[in-house]
Structure formats: structure tokens, C-alpha cells
Write a new protein. Sequence first.
Length: 131
Amino acid sequence: CLETVASGPAILQLVGQGREEALTLGRVIELAIDGDVRCRRAISDAGLQIGVAVAGLCNLINPERVIVGGILSRAGDLLLHPIRESIRRHAVLAAAERVVVVPADFVERAELLGALALAFSAWNPALAARV
């Protein structure tokens, strides 16, 4: 299961071993950006595993774009580059070349904003198209 190797709790468990400081995922990302090797490696490894899962989806549905959200997406290319590399390795060539992996514009509550946008579109499609 992807959650056991690439989720926030999995990363915290891996990085937190042997540290005196109690870490949050936000702090792990800060440390990784500042060059902490263990934190960078944990985020990179998570990205590789996420990429394998996304590659499978690319093979099935061939999306044009994959949007990566959540707190972990704040790691930027520390996460996105391994995801992209893993997709290139594991997806069918045509799907791997087509898909673009980007960070979400809204990290917090993106699912809520998406649900509201869908409801708004269903309620007033003409107005939603102009917004």
C-alpha cells in the first residue's frame, strides 16, 4: 500500500528515528529544503513510490496532467522530480511523454475547493464558464 511508504506518517517514522526533535511533516520539508540528507532522501523515496503508482494510472487512463497536492507537495522539485523520473521508468512511453506533473495551486483544502467548483458549475454552468 502506498500509504505505508509514501505518506506523511511513513516519512515521519523514517526520518524521526534517532532524533531528539519531534518532527512535523512541515518541519521535515523545511529541513530537506535546507539540505538535511535524511529528509531529502525520505521525500525522494516517497516521490519514487508515488511515481510508480502514478505510472500505473498513466498506463490505464493516460492523463494529460497529474496535480500533486497536500502538505508534501510543498517540497516542490524534491518530490516532483522523483515522481516524474519514476513515471518515465514505469509508464508506457507514450503515456510517460504525454503527462505533465505539477504542484497544486491550493495545497490546503484543494478537495473542498474542487467540490465547490463542481457544485457551482452544476448550479449555474453559464456563470461558472465566465469565472
